[in-house]
Design a protein around this ligand. Structure first.
Ligand code: AMP
Length: 274
């Protein structure tokens, strides 16, 4: 018989604004420690200590779990914010996202994609061909949930990330989220940078290109961040949201982890391949 699994979610806010969120998918014996860690994270957030923290715990059917491999990871160093954003547009173009749509989406994230210029709680859904926003609620967006690392994948991932200085919760959790999103029906690519004012890196991820981490996508101290999922024309939004929000996904294999490279060098290899 398969062991029960629990979906644990944390949402923290400060003065009514979204501050921090996290998603885990765990066995019974790991629930208490993970819950304590998430509460602590909300209270110690670099943008301020949360004044409201909500935890939810839900039993999930272990028979519904999809087991996947984590995306391949390629760390890219950029010289600064401007080069980082140019790199993001170029990587999105490689995934079939027109330059104008990529630039419009970057601008929306930079300004704060929620109505009134705040951060959304989830992701924008962006039509890849037109740039139109398709998420039903522009403040909430769509949240990917019910995903985590399984078994000793966390330990193996840590061993490979540590020599690169990348073994931190940001990278681990983003890789898991991006892996679930890249496998979603209709998703061509994802763009993300954090809302944490001290964490300047971001990424572009796709099923074919893997997770390309860009060392800087925003300015130090900037509280704006967010995610955009770019959709192929004709994507079934109901099926996509159902997968993102409810299908449990566990990663039981680590993907290739490449050594860091400078964006300028990597861009040249992309140009040669084209
Ligand atoms: P973080 O990487 O946690 O700093 O989150 C950056 C932004 O990504 C947040 O402001 C949200 O807009 C979005 N986000 C965070 N968690 C999720 C999620 N589980 N699903 C979709 N979007 C998310």
């Amino acid at each position: 018989m398969k062991r029960p699994l629990y979906s644990l979610r944390m949402h923290a806010s400060l003065d009514g604004d979204h501050l921090s969120g996290a998603e885990r998918l765990l066995a019974r014996n790991a629930v208490a420690a993970a819950a304590a860690e998430l509460v602590e994270r909300a209270l110690e957030h670099s943008a301020g200590s949360a004044d409201r923290v909500r935890l939810s715990l839900e039993l999930v059917d272990p028979g519904a779990v999809r087991y996947l491999q984590l995306p391949e990871l390629r760390p890219l160093r950029v010289a600064g914010l401007a080069e980082g954003r140019r790199a993001a547009v170029a990587l999105l173009a490689q995934c079939g996202i027109p330059h104008q749509v990529a630039e419009l989406t970057l601008a929306r994230l930079a300004e704060g994609a929620a109505p009134g210029g705040g951060n959304m709680r989830g992701a924008m859904l962006v039509a890849a061909d037109s740039g139109a926003r398709l998420e039903p609620d522009a403040a909430r967006g769509v949240r990917a949930s019910r995903m985590d690392l399984a078994g000793d994948t966390g330990r193996k991932l840590g061993e490979r990330l540590r020599p690169l200085g990348l073994d931190n919760p940001h990278v681990r959790e983003a890789l898991v989220l991006a892996g679930k999103v890249a496998a979603a029906p209709g998703v061509l690519a994802e763009l993300c940078w954090s809302d944490d004012p001290d964490y300047l890196a971001g990424y572009v991820c796709s099923a074919d290109g893997g997770y390309r981490r860009i060392s800087q996508l925003k300015a130090a101290g900037d509280r704006h961040g967010g995610r955009a999922f770019f959709l192929a024309p004709g994507t079934d939004l109901a099926a996509l949201s159902a997968y993102l929000e409810t299908t449990p996904v566990l990663f039981d294999r680590v993907g290739t982890i490449h050594p860091p490279s400078d964006w300028s060098r990597y861009a040249a290899t992309l140009a040669n391949r084209a």
